[in-house]
Design a protein around this ligand. Sequence first.
Ligand SMILES: NC(=O)c1ccc[n+]([C@@H]2O[C@H](COP(=O)([O-])OP(=O)(O)OC[C@H]3O[C@@H](n4cnc5c(N)ncnc54)[C@H](OP(=O)(O)O)[C@@H]3O)[C@@H](O)[C@H]2O)c1
Length: 331
Amino acid sequence: MGLSELLTNKWIVPKDVRPSFKGCNVIVTGANVGLGYETALKFVQLGANRVVLAVRTLSKGEEAKRQVESKTGRTGVAEVWQLDMLNYDSIKAFADKATKDFDHLDIACLNAGIAGLSYQESDYGYERTMQVNVLSTTLLALLLMPKLKASRTATYTPVLEMVGSSNAGLVSKLHSDRTPFASYNTPTGFGKVGVQYNVSKLFVLYVQAGLVDLAKNKESGNPDVFIPVVCPGATNSELGREVKAWLVLRVLLWLFEVLIQRTTEEGARTYISGIDQGEKTHGEFWKDDKIRAPAPLMAGEKGKQLRATVWEEVVDALAKDVPEVRQLVGT
Ligand SMILES: NC(=O)c1ccc[n+]([C@@H]2O[C@H](COP(=O)([O-])OP(=O)(O)OC[C@H]3O[C@@H](n4cnc5c(N)ncnc54)[C@H](OP(=O)(O)O)[C@@H]3O)[C@@H](O)[C@H]2O)c1
């Protein structure tokens, strides 16, 4: 995000488009709070048939559901399902349930994400921001893809929406071009002061490219699933929760909140408009009502090579613990 964009972020907000989602079955991950909660609320307001609030803590999900129901007056639409993005068994069980329980799945909004400020390893040996934002999000996308593909009709193409960040554009160089993903998954490779988060969102763009290939219909070559990456802009959510543990940073965050950040409702507008664009945002990066150049490290021959390398690293890392991933990506 450039300086002028940052300074106007709070005042020039995305359009509040209101398409109808009548008949749609929807999943939103990380829906108990922040952008995920606002997005789930919008889907219910906009007429969706079933909206799954995928949350790691069921009691928080139930409270979110209660609020959605009281704000919309619609009951029997929001459902709370458990999903822990730090646990592959939970992700597999969630995807399995979605595959069996829905007659059709129209939208999966993979919103859950973190911005870890210190190096902590997941149970699978990866830094946890990379684990949640990149590896686990990719796993869930791969596991849901067959159901999404099978849900395409002559008049509707399902959407797998991923959440990126224009901060990916701040990354001008990676630790390694040969093993970029691995290089951020060590205590010494951890990108401090938010760099790890920015790199994780760059990797989300590389993963998007891999998923776009998988979404192609084998016969027609057209997408069976649309895959946009959206960025809500700097938004006042719980994302900075770890910053709040540091007094100096807390003051800076407060200033950022007052001067720069938009509300979660305003940020969530981009999630809805990104889906409403249909094929236009497939394989694209959508922010503030425009398709954007995603990041310098996505461009040119170098970007192409990095995309392929990171995709391969991510698939290998997942397949180590979840062998069925090989079958899902067809390698
Ligand atoms: N806020 C911004 O300025 C901004 C800008 C660009 C992109 N984004 C992206 O927007 C998305 C939503 O972030 P937010 O700003 O709304 O942050 P948030 O308020 O912190 O919400 C994050 C959500 O993700 C969930 N989550 C985190 N780890 C999880 C796990 N292991 N398993 C299941 N759920 C987990 C959280 O659940 P718990 O509450 O249980 O932890 C929460 O529901 C993220 O992908 C973020 O990177 C945000």
